[in-house]
Design a protein around this ligand. Structure first.
Ligand code: ADP
Ligand code: MG
Length: 337
């Protein structure tokens, strides 16, 4: 009797596994100027990914700051307006994070991004006069949000590039949840969200890129074992413009100086269950630098997050919440609360 039961259970597990495996659905999508992969398992996997793909494309078309016809383009042109239900929660969260990070993350960064020539890909090193004119515009406390009505301050414009992929990841997670998907992994331009565990019950393994332009996306210096968390990385090596003298000007700008941030960090990864927060914080912490970031992490009382910090000289630091799920052949230091 015991033997029959054992065989029945074994066959059941085998069928469950093969059935789960059969219902994998994977999509490659190009959106938000990057390659994305969404992969999930379960009987609703195809439907869930149909909805996820549609949502990512919708968010891309709404948020694309360069595209005449997007909600954000119109918002910037008109100094305000009504935005859809997809956009207002993101802006609301962005405004809160700006105030929490003392403006290290600020969506009103757009005039500065433009001044440096990032949209056209043609470097312009601003003069002091130009910076003096533009810096006062980078202050999202001047943005008023009332439900879906937004009013920008005089001369302001917004860029959601520092938060959009994290928000898109949270939206896909909601779609998966609504479809009963309990296992999946999505990668939005190297920013990864894990849903539950792998179909075999083990943790998802997510690599963190070596922070230099040749290593990005191919070489990894560490692996995180995650279940239901995301890891979002910001680094100066990801997008940049090069001056005539070969100097690199990267795309994460310090709203206080107006220059590409030089905080002593070359890569910041944030681990959290909240991808919108993690995306905004990866940008903010990159601007803050080690000391401010650690103080911020110790005092933050919102949704929990952890950090992997790589300093310019290559030293690696992680916060204690991920010490059991972080592995690396490099040496690293654990920061305690
Ligand atoms: P990526 O989008 O390449 O993964 P980030 O999430 O760090 O990297 O976002 C960087 C983008 O955010 C920039 O390309 C720019 O559009 C915008 N940005 C740059 N500096 C800031 C800042 N201090 N606060 C908010 N957004 C920023
Ligand atoms: Mg970011």
């Amino acid at each position: 009797m015991k033997k029959i039961l054992t065989i029945t259970v074994a066959v059941g597990i085998f069928l469950m596994c093969s059935c789960t495996r059969n219902t994998e659905d994977v999509r490659e999508i190009f959106a938000m100027d990057t390659y994305m992969t969404v992969k999930c398992y379960g009987e609703n996997s195809k439907k869930a990914n149909d909805e996820a793909e549609e949502m990512i494309k919708l968010l891309d078309s709404i948020l694309n700051v360069e595209s005449d016809g997007s909600d954000i383009y119109a918002l910037n042109e008109n100094g305000g307006g009504t935005v859809g239900e997809e956009v207002s929660p993101m802006i609301e969260k962005a405004l809160v994070i700006a105030s929490q990070t003392d403006g290290a993350f600020d969506i009103s960064i757009r005039p500065l991004v433009k001044l440096w020539g990032f949209p056209e890909g043609v470097l312009h090193i601003p003069t002091d006069e130009e910076l003096e004119e533009v810096l006062p515009l980078i202050d999202s406390s001047k943005i008023k949000l009332n439900g879906s009505e937004i009013t920008l301050g005089e001369g302001q414009s917004v860029d959601l590039g520092g938060i959009a992929k994290g928000y898109a990841a949270d939206t896909v997670a909601d779609i998966y949840r609504d479809n009963g998907v309990v296992s999946g992994i999505i990668s939005l331009g190297g920013n990864v969200l894990t849903i539950g565990s792998k179909p075999d019950g083990s943790a998802w393994k997510v690599g963190i890129s070596v922070p230099d332009k040749d290593g990005a996306g191919t070489d990894y210096f560490a692996v995180l074992s995650l279940r239901g968390q995301c890891v979002i990385t910001s680094g100066g090596y990801e997008r940049y413009l090069t001056g005539d003298d070969g100097q690199i000007y990267h795309h994460i700008l310090d709203p206080k100086t107006g220059y590409p941030s030089k905080s002593g960090l070359k890569s910041v990864s944030i681990v959290s269950t909240d991808c919108t927060l993690a995306d905004a914080l990866s940008t903010a912490v990159f601007v803050m630098g080690y000391d401010r970031a650690v103080e911020f992490w110790r005092e933050y009382d919102g949704v929990a997050f952890d950090m992997v910090l790589v300093e310019d000289a290559g030293d690696i630091f992680i916060t204690e919440g991920i010490k059991d799920v972080f592995s690396s052949e490099e040496s690293f230091t654990v920061i305690e609360k």
